[in-house]
Design a protein around this ligand. Structure first.
Ligand SMILES: Cc1cc2nc3c(=O)[nH]c(=O)nc-3n(C[C@H](O)[C@H](O)[C@H](O)COP(=O)(O)OP(=O)(O)OC[C@H]3O[C@@H](n4cnc5c(N)ncnc54)[C@H](O)[C@@H]3O)c2cc1C
Length: 197
């Protein structure tokens, strides 16, 4: 009998892990906490990217070897295009039927040769699997600097104040910074260390 694998998360990592598991004859079940679909932080509803965000890598870098981008796609696609790309990947490899939506894994326990998976709010016995792949995302938690009177700015949806400062100098902060640069009158970038040239 094929070994059963629990995959935690239906973002890019969980989808690719499930597809790889299928390729080697495993039986993956993807547990996804969200009820709003696959795609992880790229989801339109319940995701973590803003409307006019573009990828900070080109479509050739943000590409799976077995699922090419549409030739017409922008070099740096919008987040919405990346979501469509991921959904296309899930369709191509028949992954959607493997996803259990609204199932946040709350507990993992080793029990001899198996793993016991308990989801939040579940009633009854945990589910048993031969293996577990944790793909719950590592950059979902926003880090806020220790300053007062700020509101978390996760999505600006095109509404940018006259002046906006970007804190941190990494590729992820370059994206909101460049978006602000086109719209705001000033857009300083604040970093603890000088950015490498
Ligand atoms: C602002 C920003 C911009 C980025 N830009 C790019 C880019 O341009 N190009 C690029 O390649 N990468 C980019 N990244 C990196 C990004 O992390 C990856 O693109 C990708 O989304 C990571 O996929 P993931 O599946 O590991 O995690 P996520 O996309 O975070 O997906 C994790 C999934 O796991 C689910 N989950 C979490 N915990 C549980 C649980 N206990 N039980 C069940 N489900 C759970 C979540 O609901 C979610 O659906 C960016 C990241 C950020 C934050």
């Amino acid at each position: 009998m094929a070994k059963r694998i629990a995959v935690i998360g239906a973002g890019p990592s969980g989808l690719t892990a499930a597809k790889a598991a299928l390729e080697v004859g495993l039986e993956p079940t993807i547990f996804e906490a969200s009820t709003t679909g696959m795609g992880g932080l790229w989801k339109k509803s319940g995701g973590f990217v803003w409307n006019n965000m573009r990828t900070n890598l080109t479509k050739w870098s943000c590409s799976f070897s077995d699922h090419p981008w549409d030739e017409e796609a922008d070099d740096f696609p919008f987040g919405s295009a990346l979501l469509q790309y991921l959904l296309g990947y899930a369709t191509r490899f028949g992954l959607e039927k493997r996803v259990a939506f609204g199932q946040r894994v709350a507990r993992l326990e080793r029990d001899g040769a198996t793993w016991q998976v308990t989801t939040a709010g579940s009633i009854g016995a945990p589910q048993s699997f031969d293996g577990v792949i944790v793909a719950g995302g590592v950059v979902r938690q926003a880090l806020h600097p220790g300053v007062t009177r700020t509101r978390p700015l996760q999505r600006h949806n095109g509404c940018i104040p006259a002046s906006i400062a970007t804190v941190r100098a990494c590729t992820a902060s370059a994206s909101p910074w460049s978006a602000a640069g086109f719209r705001a009158s000033t857009s300083p970038a604040i970093s603890r260390r000088p950015a490498p040239r």
